[in-house]
Design a protein around this ligand. Structure first.
Ligand code: C5P
Length: 320
């Protein structure tokens, strides 16, 4: 009888918000030059990964022929076909490793990796949910398959998958430049408590950037004040300096959002902005208790409201 073995792993990955986002210009390829401060917050997706097949846990050659399957539950709107960034991340890793194909020459049963995504991060909401899942997939598959790729090699793959994916590999708080994919970690002190206001109507990131080209302004603002505020752990200064150049484009596409942002401020937030391309509104609270109070007050304004803290680290692997 053949040795049919399985091994399993779980990865939990946080979402991201932008504490600052400045658009500095448009490149020839249509991408926008950004300067941004990214931070992970504690709304997580979880992916469970299972490797099964004949001899897969004892012999790497048994993993040469690999099928990858994806199942999704949790909040709606996630594709489970090849447009899903999880499958694209898996395929890009397989490409580098020279792994692929459904069957070996003898037609022997091949290895299969099953991924199960439990989605909590809102979809098409400006919180890098797809990018977080892609980063988590790279880290987890590298471990599960014993591929031994370095962080730098994973970063190269991440960059090809999307501008936010390299940041999501590491998480924490970072300054992003270029398309946002070039990141360096920045020093922070303390924890920030955020009220996250989620609208179920999605917004497409390309649409928001396109609208920015029509209605946006290159403010030339720099993130210095935000960086000083996070370094000092000064929530008042951070609240007052949150900034997003894309906000005008997001508000133009979804006029009702401005009122929702104002509701956060009226409820006592120190500052409130659109996260990334939106439509999620993130509001900084003075402390944890105030965050709960603000969340209660804006409950009826949004489709879903969460209290989250940041920074929230990066992808975390654990046994299932
Ligand atoms: O990199 P990612 O696939 O996440 O980007 C999605 C879309 O957002 C891009 O196709 C582009 O239209 C827009 N984008 C941009 N400038 C950036 C990042 C994204 O124009 N710096």
């Amino acid at each position: 009888m053949r040795d049919v073995s399985t091994s399993q792993i779980r990865v939990r990955v946080p979402s991201k918000i932008n504490l600052f986002l400045g658009v500095q210009g448009v490149r020839d390829d249509g991408y926008h030059e950004l300067v941004t401060v990214l931070q992970t917050v504690s709304i997580h997706d979880t992916i469970t990964l299972e490797l099964a097949g004949a001899g897969v846990s004892v012999h790497p050659s048994a993993r040469r022929f690999m099928r990858v399957e994806l199942e999704v539950d949790g909040v709606g709107g996630v594709p489970d076909d090849d447009s899903n960034l999880i499958l694209r991340a898996a395929r890009s890793l397989m490409g580098v490793l020279g792994v692929g194909g459904d069957q070996d020459a003898s037609g022997a049963p091949n290895a299969v990796t099953r991924l199960h995504l439990t989605k909590r991060i809102p979809v098409a909401a400006g919180m890098a949910g797809g990018s977080a899942d892609a980063a988590a997939t790279l880290v987890a598959l590298n471990h599960l398959w014993g591929s031994g790729l370095t962080r730098e090699a994973l970063r190269d793959l991440a960059e090809d998958l999307g501008a936010d994916v390299p940041f999501c590999l590491t998480g924490g708080t970072a300054l992003g430049t270029g398309t946002g994919a070039r990141t360096v970690q920045v020093l922070t002190r303390g924890i920030g408590y955020w009220v996250v206001g989620i609208s179920s109507e999605p917004l497409s990131t390309p649409d928001v950037f396109k609208r920015f080209d029509d209605v946006g302004v290159l403010t030339g603002y720099e993130p210095d004040v935000v960086l000083a505020a996070v370094r000092a752990g000064d929530v008042d200064a951070l609240g007052a300096s949150l900034w997003n150049d894309l906000e005008v484009a997001t508000f133009d596409l979804m006029p009702g959002l401005r009122r929702k942002r104002d509701a956060m401020l009226k409820a006592g937030a120190l500052g409130a902005i659109v996260s990334g391309s939106g439509p999620t509104i993130v509001a900084l609270a003075p402390d944890a208790r105030a965050a709960v109070r603000i969340a209660e007050q804006v409950e009826g304004v949004f489709d879903r409201v969460e209290v989250a803290f940041g920074p929230a680290g990066g992808p975390e692997l654990s046994a299932t």
